[in-house]
Structures are given as C-alpha cells and as structure tokens.
Design a protein around this ligand. Structure first.
Ligand code: FES
Length: 361
C-alpha cells in the first residue's frame, strides 16, 4: 500500500508550499514512480537553492558587525589610520564617485560608523531569520553598494573588489525574498489560514504587519544588546594580531641557510622596487629605494588579512583586498583597515648588488 508515503509527500508539499505541479505524488512503482520521485527531489532542491547563500550572507554580516564593534580602532579618531574616519577620508581623496556624499559621514563619524555596524547586524539577523527578507536584502545591497563605491572603488581589476561580489550576491534574495524556513514564511502561511477563515484582507495584512513589527523589535533589541556588549567588551587589535583570512605567506620553512637574495642595484631606481623572496618564509619582499642611496626591504604580505600588496607606487604600497595603504619608505600604515606596519628588512649595498638582510623587529 502506498497510501502512507503518498500522504507524507502531500503533507510535506503543503508545508513547503510547493506548487501543484511539483506536488504530484509518486503514482506507483517502476520507471514512472522513480521519475516522479526524482522530479520531487529536483523541485525541493530548486526551492531551497537560496538557503546556502542566505546562510552565508547572514552569518557574514553578523560577524562583520560584531568584528567592527569589537575593534577599538574602528571608532577611533582621525589619528588612527584604521579608523572609520581615516578610511572615509582616504575614499574621499581617492576618487570615489560618491565623494560628495561623504561630507556628512566625516562631520559625524561616530554616528555613521555605529550606523554601519548596527545596520550590518540588522541585515545579518533579518537575513538569517528570514524576517522581512527583501528589506534586509535591500539593506545589505545598499551597504555593499556604498562600500564598493568608496573603499573598493580603486581596486583594480574591478573583480577583486569584494564588495561588488557581495552586492551581486544580494540580488537573488532581493528578488526572491525569504519565503522558506523563515519568519516571513510563517507569517505568510498564517495569513493564508486567516483568509481561509474568512478574515478581510485589511485585517490579514494589518496582523502580519504588526506581528512582523513585533518580531523585528524583539530581534532588533537582541541585536542592540549583543552589539552593545560586544562594543563594551571589545578588544584592542593592536595587541592582538589578526589571523589571516587569505594568507599568501608560506609557513616558515627550514631554508634559512639559503644564500641571501641579491638584485642588481640598477633594478631598484629611486621610488621603484625589485621583488625577492625571504629565504626563511618564502614570502615576497620588495626591495625599495625611497631616497637616493637609502635601501630597505618591505614584506609584501598585508598585515590586515594577509593579501599581497601591490608594488610601491607614488610612495605607497596598496593592498587591493580592503584598501590599506603603507608608506613605501617605512612600511607604516597610511590608511587601514590594517593597523600594523609591513615588516621591514635590512638591505646592504655591495658594489652594484643589493643583498636582502634579516627581518627587523
Ligand atoms: S588584506 Fe585587508 S587591507 Fe590588506
């Protein structure tokens, strides 16, 4: 008897809100039954196709918000190169197409920095729980659009700017909303039941709006509390080196005995650089000559999250991942989010050759 499984499919189809076509039940055994079941599985997979993306974006935005709120540098003043105000100033002077909109953010940097962090938290929680999913997706898309047009604007080529990728990732959720495994889905199903009970459309809509609002206030309150606690107990990143999310450095290898790398002095003009490898770590190092006759080496590994910084240009080394800039003479941070300088190396000149020395400090 197939009555049990058939009823189960029908029940699941109703719960998941499947269309009638996809709700067709396996009619029996044999090839037709297998084809029906395969069609059911495909329909189910299509239906939940956006769940991994939703999970990723929700978790990432909650993480990013708490990361900002726990970072003492983010809300520091203009003297801190990793602060919101310094990064906004850099975006304004770096040719952002919306630089004319950045004035108010620079006038009230703490307010805007907190608004961004708590906005990310609201977007992340709304996305994870599927509460007003389209509104949350719109908020996420606007945040990433503004970050792309500011912080990531000078990243070249454009596809390395991660904010553009996030902006595109929000569009499916913006179009589809969060109807499954979500508060939105629950409210929609309850509205259907209310209609079936004969309640008027105005009443149904008002009830869904009020209940959605109550859920938003509850979740927003929880977000505010967790964000405030994170802010209160945040740590000073200058004392805690950030772990690399995408490290380009190799683990230390036992080849410190390898001969020190050398380059022709003529290959390092004033303001230019030549690239060698640190024999102890395998990391790329730029040998630079910031002033005539002054040579040093600077690690190419960004101290923010381990991306490779570009070769020196106009007196600075630029990191394409999140826009940190380092002084090409000293390795000091010019603009964050990095807070630690690039590791420096001694370089000695012997005749027409430059030799990389050990890392300093
Ligand atoms: S890795 Fe983030 S700025 Fe370099």
């Amino acid at each position: 008897m197939r009555t049990g499984p058939v009823r189960e499919w029908q029940a699941r189809g109703k719960v998941y809100g499947m269309s009638e076509a996809s709700n067709a039940v396996p009619a029996g055994g044999g090839a037709t039954g297998r084809a029906d079941r395969a069609a059911q599985r495909r329909a189910l997979a299509s239906k939940y196709a956006l769940l991994p993306l939703r999970l990723f974006l929700g978790v990432t935005f909650v993480y990013a918000a708490l990361d900002k709120l726990s970072d003492a540098h983010f809300l520091a003043g203009a003297g801190d190169p990793a602060s919101f105000v310094s990064q906004t100033q850099a975006a304004k002077s770096g040719g952002s197409p919306i630089s004319f909109l950045l004035g108010p953010a620079l006038d009230h940097p703490t307010l805007f920095a907190l608004a961004i962090a708590f906005g990310e938290l609201a977007v992340g929680l709304g996305t994870l729980l599927g509460l007003w999913g389209r509104v949350a997706a719109l908020g996420g898309a606007l945040l990433n659009l503004s970050l792309w047009l500011t912080v990531s604007w000078s990243v070249s080529p454009y596809y390395l700017g991660n904010d553009l990728g996030y902006l595109m990732a929000w569009t499916p959720l913006l179009l589809a909303g969060t109807p499954y495994l979500s508060v939105d889905g629950y409210l929609a199903r309850r509205a259907d039941r209310d209609r079936a009970r004969g309640l008027g459309e105005d009443h149904v809509k008002r009830r869904a709006l009020v209940d959605g609002g109550i859920a938003a206030v509850a979740i927003g309150g929880a977000g505010l509390l967790s964000g405030s606690l994170t802010r209160t107990f945040g740590r000073d990143r200058s004392a805690v080196p950030r772990q690399s999310a995408a490290p380009v450095s190799n683990p230390p290898v036992a080849n410190a005995q390898a001969p020190a790398p050398t380059v022709a002095a003529a290959s390092v003009p004033v303001g230019g650089s030549a690239q060698v490898k640190d024999p102890a770590t395998g990391d790329a190092v730029y040998i630079v000559q910031p002033k005539a006759g002054q040579y040093c080496g600077l690690s190419s590994v960004c101290t923010h999250s381990g991306c490779a910084v570009d070769a020196p240009k106009n007196g600075q080394l630029y990191c394409p991942c999140h826009g940190s800039r380092f002084d090409a003479a000293t390795g000091a941070v010019v603009n964050g989010p990095a807070v630690k300088p690039l590791p420096k190396y001694a370089v000695t000149k012997d005749g027409d050759k430059l030799t990389l020395g050990p890392q300093q400090g």
